[in-house]
Ligand binder design. Structure first.
Ligand code: ADE
Ligand code: ZN
Length: 339
C-alpha cells in the first residue's frame, strides 16, 4: 500500500467536482471573519471543526451556507481560491473545474461581479505561478426557484468567456431536474456546457431525467445508477462521466463504510468514473486523500488508478491538445513507475 500511496501522490490528475466554498478551511474562515468584522458562533478553529458532523446532505448544507456568509470582498474570494489552488498543486492536480454558487453570495448582499472577479484573478495566478489550468462552472441552487436561476443566468452573460458550464447543486430531495429544464435549455442556447448533481441522495430516475431533460455532459455523483441496468447501459452508450466523491459520500452518510462505495463496481461495468473531493475543508480530505482512502477500502491497483486519472482528463472540458499533453504526463508517470 505504501507503494500505491507514493504512486497516487505524484499521479497527474484533474479535479472535476470541487465546490470552491467547500474549500473554506476554518483557519482562513476565522482570518477573513476578523478582517470583515463578522462574528462566528464558534470560539475557535477546533470548536468549528468539531461541529463538522453530518447525518445527511441537508445537515452539511446548513453549516456550509453559514460559513460562506463570511465571504464579502473580491480579496476574500481571491484568497479562498488561491488557497485551494496551492493545495491542489501539492496533490499533482494539473487541471481543475471549479463550482461556485453565486446565489449563496447574492443572498448575503455580495454581487456576482465581486465573486467572479476574485475567483477569476486567482485562477489567472494559478496558471501563471503554478501552471494549473482551470475552468469555472456556475451552479444554480436547486432549493431556490427556477426564476432565480434564470435571473442569475442573464446576469452572468457579461462573464460568458470566464464560465465554461452551468451546474446544479444543493438539496436533491424535493428538487428534481424537471424544475430546471427551462434554465438549462436557455443556458445551452447561450453556449454553456451543462453538468448537474444527481443520484447523490436521489434515485436512479433523477439521474435519467437529468440526462434526458438537462442534457448534461457529466453527472456529479451518480451513486444510485447501479440500481437500474438500463440506466447503466445508457451512461455507457453515451459515455457520460460520473464525478464520484468517496469521502463526501461517507461523511454525508450516503454510504455507511467506504468498503460499500460503488466505484469499483462501476469501473468493472465500464462506466467512466473519476475521483474528486467535493468539499474537502468540511469532509477532511483533498483529492489525494480520496484516491488513497478508496484504494485502501476497495483494494484498487495501479492499473485501475491510472484508468481513473486518465478518465479525469478525458471527462474534462479541456481542449483536445491540452488533454493529450496531460495524458502524456500521466503515461510518463505510470510507465516509469511501473517499470
Ligand atoms: N453543494 C456543495 N456540496 C454539495 C453536495 N455534495 N451535494 C449537493 N450540493 C452541494
Ligand atoms: Zn458536489
Amino acid at each position: 500500500m505504501e507503494n500505491l500511496v507514493k504512486y497516487i501522490e505524484r499521479l497527474p490528475k484533474a479535479e472535476l467536482h470541487l465546490h470552491i466554498e467547500g474549500t473554506f478551511e476554518p483557519e482562513l474562515m476565522f482570518e477573513i471573519a476578523a478582517r470583515n468584522h463578522i462574528p462566528i458562533k464558534y470560539n475557535s478553529v477546533e470548536e468549528l471543526r468539531s461541529a463538522y458532523q453530518f447525518s445527511n446532505l441537508q445537515d452539511f448544507l446548513d453549516i456550509y451556507y453559514a460559513g460562506a456568509a463570511v465571504l464579502q470582498t473580491e480579496e476574500d474570494f481571491y484568497d479562498l481560491t488561491w488557497a485551494y489552488l496551492e493545495r491542489a498543486h501539492k496533490d499533482h492536480v494539473l487541471h481543475t473545474e471549479i463550482f461556485f454558487d453565486p446565489q449563496t453570495h447574492s443572498a448575503n448582499g455580495v454581487p456576482l461581479k465581486i465573486v467572479i472577479e476574485g475567483i477569476h484573478a486567482a485562477l489567472i495566478d494559478g496558471h501563471e505561478k503554478l501552471g494549473i489550468t482551470s475552468c469555472l462552472i456556475m451552479c444554480f441552487l436547486r432549493h431556490l426557484e427556477e426564476s432565480s436561476a434564470l435571473v442569475l443566468l442573464e446576469e452572468a452573460l457579461p462573464y460568458r468567456e470566464w464560465i465554461t458550464a452551468v451546474g446544479l447543486d444543493s438539496s436533491e430531495n424535493g428538487n428534481p431536474p424537471e424544475k430546471f429544464e427551462r434554465v438549462f435549455s436557455q443556458a445551452r442556447e447561450y453556449g454553456f456546457l451543462t453538468v448537474a448533481h444527481a443520484g447523490e441522495e436521489g434515485t436512479a430516475e433523477n439521474i435519467r431525467n437529468t440526462i434526458e431533460l438537462l442534457k448534461v455532459a457529466r453527472i456529479d455523483h451518480g451513486n444510485s445508477c447501479l440500481s437500474d441496468d438500463a440506466l447503466v447501459d445508457l451512461l455507457k452508450k453515451r459515455k457520460i462521466p460520473l464525478t464520484l466523491c468517496p469521502i463526501s459520500n461517507l461523511k454525508l452518510k450516503i454510504i455507511e463504510r467506504l468498503e460499500d462505495h460503488p466505484l469499483l463496481n462501476m469501473l468493472q461495468k465500464g462506466l467512466m468514473v473519476t475521483i474528486n473531493s467535493d468539499d474537502p475543508a468540511y469532509f477532511g480530505g483533498y483529492i489525494n486523500d480520496n484516491y488513497v482512502a478508496v484504494s485502501r477500502a476497495l483494494n484498487l491497483d495501479k492499473e485501475q488508478l491510472y484508468q481513473i486519472a486518465r478518465n479525469s482528463f478525458l471527462a474534462s472540458f479541456l481542449p483536445e491538445s491540452t488533454r493529450l499533453k496531460y495524458i502524456n504526463h500521466l503515461n510518463d508517470h505510470h510507465y516509469q513507475i511501473c517499470d
